[in-house]
Design a protein around this ligand. Structure first.
Ligand code: NAD
Length: 336
């Protein structure tokens, strides 16, 4: 069976990555679109043979409840709009895949998770790297202690932004992008810290700073943090729109596991103490959507549930608090 997916928000990522991926997915297809830009409709309709009845705007989203051809709504808007669209989609009786980072605050994540529970639908986050063989190898090696315990972690996801228009405008806007690179890119570095550690952090210290004050008037340009785990082991992280960085390095008892570059759609290079990781590159988004649809169809737990998205937002908010106060932020209990 093929589930029908409707993309909500037809920006860069939906157009260049998710639409094309949905042409390749075996158990899902692009069945509809939800957009605030009527001018985009003809191109999408033609490219994906979408019937008139499966096209919605943001105002008419609720009508999708009656559409049997659409099973899943995939939310691909700026971060601050994820909660509202996700909750409306769930209330309309659709499963939701929500892009990363899940929401501005952990409280909003909780509202989204509750809405999914009430609607008896699944809520999953678009964490594509959970289907990438290089990252899967890293997770597995730590879980099985293939190279012993980990000793230290260093993760960095950063890229120098020079064009501040179009889809970068909301990223440096506090209301829509919240904390700039920390949310957009930092969520990958935070995720990598957590799946390398395979445990929850106890506290974090952090700092943020800005070199280009004119362009970054609302959100800091650079973020740096250090997560501390029980027993005192540490994970360093970095996210920035001003500098470059793209790696995860994990020092283990038997040597280094690393992926560098790590976070792109392809191009990963990885190694373990035993040598290079021998993997072919995969189509991450195709495998991600197929995996997420499989979880929906089988009723089995998702690898990337809303609860995981919320945990990451909790860590990101801790980083923000620590940077703001200049003091360590102590994490409370994590539910995931
Ligand atoms: P984009 O700006 O290109 O697209 C955003 C879309 O949201 C546009 O179609 C825009 O019209 C729509 N939108 C609706 N309301 C809006 C508003 N008030 N202001 C601005 N745009 C509005 O951004 P993008 O790069 O496609 O990112 C969209 C989402 O996808 C973000 O959550 C981002 O983090 C995520 N993303 C994920 C990956 C990944 O690798 N998983 C990669 C890129 C982006």
């Amino acid at each position: 069976k093929q589930l029908g997916i409707a993309l909500l928000g037809l920006g860069d990522y939906a157009t260049k990555q998710l639409g094309p991926a949905l042409k390749k997915t075996s158990n899902a297809k692009l069945a509809g679109i939800i957009t605030g830009s009527p001018d985009k409709i003809p191109t999408w309709q033609k490219e994906y043979e979408i019937p008139d009845g499966n096209i919605y705007d943001y105002k008419s989203l609720e009508k999708i409840a009656d559409n049997k051809e659409i099973d899943v709504i995939y939310v691909v808007t700026p971060t601050a709009l994820h909660p509202e669209f996700t909750i409306r989609a769930l209330k309309a009786g659709k499963h939701v895949i929500c892009e990363k980072p899940m929401a501005p605050t952990a409280e909003e994540c909780t509202r989204m998770i509750k809405a999914a529970e009430e609607a008896k639908k699944t809520l999953q986050i678009g964490y594509r790297l959970h289907w990438d063989p290089f990252h899967l190898k890293l997770m597995q090696a730590i879980k099985t202690k293939e190279f012993g315990d980990w000793k230290s972690i260093d993760a960095s996801d950063a890229g120098r932004m020079t064009d501040f228009t179009r889809h970068n405008a909301w990223r440096v806007n506090k209301q829509l992008g919240i904390a700039g690179a920390l949310y957009d890119l930092g969520v990958y570095a935070v995720q990598a810290c957590l799946y390398s550690a395979q445990e929850h952090p106890v506290r974090v210290t952090a700092k943020s700073w800005t070199d280009r004050k004119e362009e970054f008037s609302e959100v800091p340009e650079h973020w740096e943090w250090e997560l501390e785990f029980s027993g005192g082991r540490k994970a360093k992280g970095f996210a920035s729109y001003g500098k470059n960085g793209n790696h995860i390095r994990v020092e283990t008892e038997k040597g280094l596991i690393q992926i560098d570059p790590a976070y792109g759609y392809s191009g990963q290079k990885g190694s373990t103490p035993e040598g290079e990781m021998p993997f072919e590159h995969v189509h991450q988004q195709k495998l991600q959507i197929e995996g997420q649809v499989k979880a929906i169809l089988s009723g089995e737990p998702s690898k990337v549930p809303g609860e995981m998205g919320r945990r990451d937002i909790q860590v990101i908010r801790g980083i923000m608090e620590a940077a703001e106060s200049g003091k360590p932020f102590e994490f409370g209990k994590f539910e995931y």
